[in-house]
Write a protein that binds this ligand. Sequence first.
Ligand code: PLP
Length: 403
Amino acid sequence: MIRKTRLFTPGPTPLLPAAQFAMAAADIHHRTPEFRALYQRVLEQLKAFVGTKNDVLLLASSGTGAMEASVSNLTSPGDHVLVLSAGKFGERWTAITKAFGCVVDTLTAPNGETFSLAEVKAHIKPETKAVFVQATESSTGVRHDVEGIAKLIQEIGSNALLVVDAITGLGTTHFDVDGSGIDVIIGGSQKAVMIPPGLAYLALSDKAWAATETSKNPRYYFDLRKERKNALKGESSYTPAVALIAALGAALDYIAAQGGGDLAAGRKALVDNAETCAAMTRAAVEALGLKLFGPTAPAAAATAILPPESVDSGVIVKELKSRFAAVVTNGQGEMKGQIFRIAHIGFFDYMDTIAIIAALEQVAVSTLKIPNFQFGQAVAAAQKAYVEATTAKKQEAEPVGAR
Ligand SMILES: *Cc1c(COP(=O)(O)O)cnc(C)c1O
């Protein structure tokens, strides 16, 4: 059969065609009224997408640029910070905060697990200036309770800023960003917003903005104060990624359309969609007789799956690619060969999810030789999970704007 390439990776994720067309047509100069209008519109849309009253800034960088900017703009060398790390992206927080001279206490959870609030509480000291965490740890498919951590910081009267890498959390997790007390929330273009890599975005609370004024770190390209001043005028400090910004506008229009024209409702639909795809996948995994890598706190961004014992996960990754042109990801770092990951973040739907599960059934029969497995078992489980997820969602549907 012919093969049609499809990404099932947690970034880059599949591209929205309307966003690709918008990119191709974005032949405009950035110091013009046309661009200023586009930029201001997209920044406003992003605010609604993130669900914050704070200004959202766009940076021409991959997601890590916004992670670095949040460290360089909010901390000073010698500051005590806490990093909550449960995988490769948690390790990145430790590396960045150390690079900027912070005194770093890293609370580590084993790969595939999350932290208890009691553990987190024990690590927040009077001198802790900031807490860094992922909303979802893409390397393990685990979700962290960032709203719980935000509440905890307030309850114990800590002054620490909470900085959340929500690069795969946005669009897969219901957040009350301002209400829960998240100080910095960070997103990336190649994840939920369905466009290519190259843009990072972030929003800062008033408390975080105050910290940018006292930080002693040198800043130039990632000077958030300068970026905010310019953004208010519809400008970016340097040449913006014009084509990606046009694509982002088109993608946010699409997300709004999924919510009947309202971006907050569209975001909710997108999160519910990822939740449903994830629930279908988890049910299929169980029906295949395989195990989830992070069963206690599974993220809706991606599902991490353990291959049968004695099978290298790379075999499954390779076979899905060679037979069906379906690109799923292996484990990162020390998890390579141990797990494989199927993404649900962004432009995935029911059809995509059923298809990857059916392809996985083919691999299960031809290669994994799972005893007693028959075609249709995993698909049937996913079908049931779909019905359950979508009928439950309808019952608890909130009125638009309730969040
Ligand atoms: C993708 C991702 C990032 C950003 O990585 P970049 O390669 O810099 O875009 C950061 N954190 C998480 C959790 C991610 O999934």
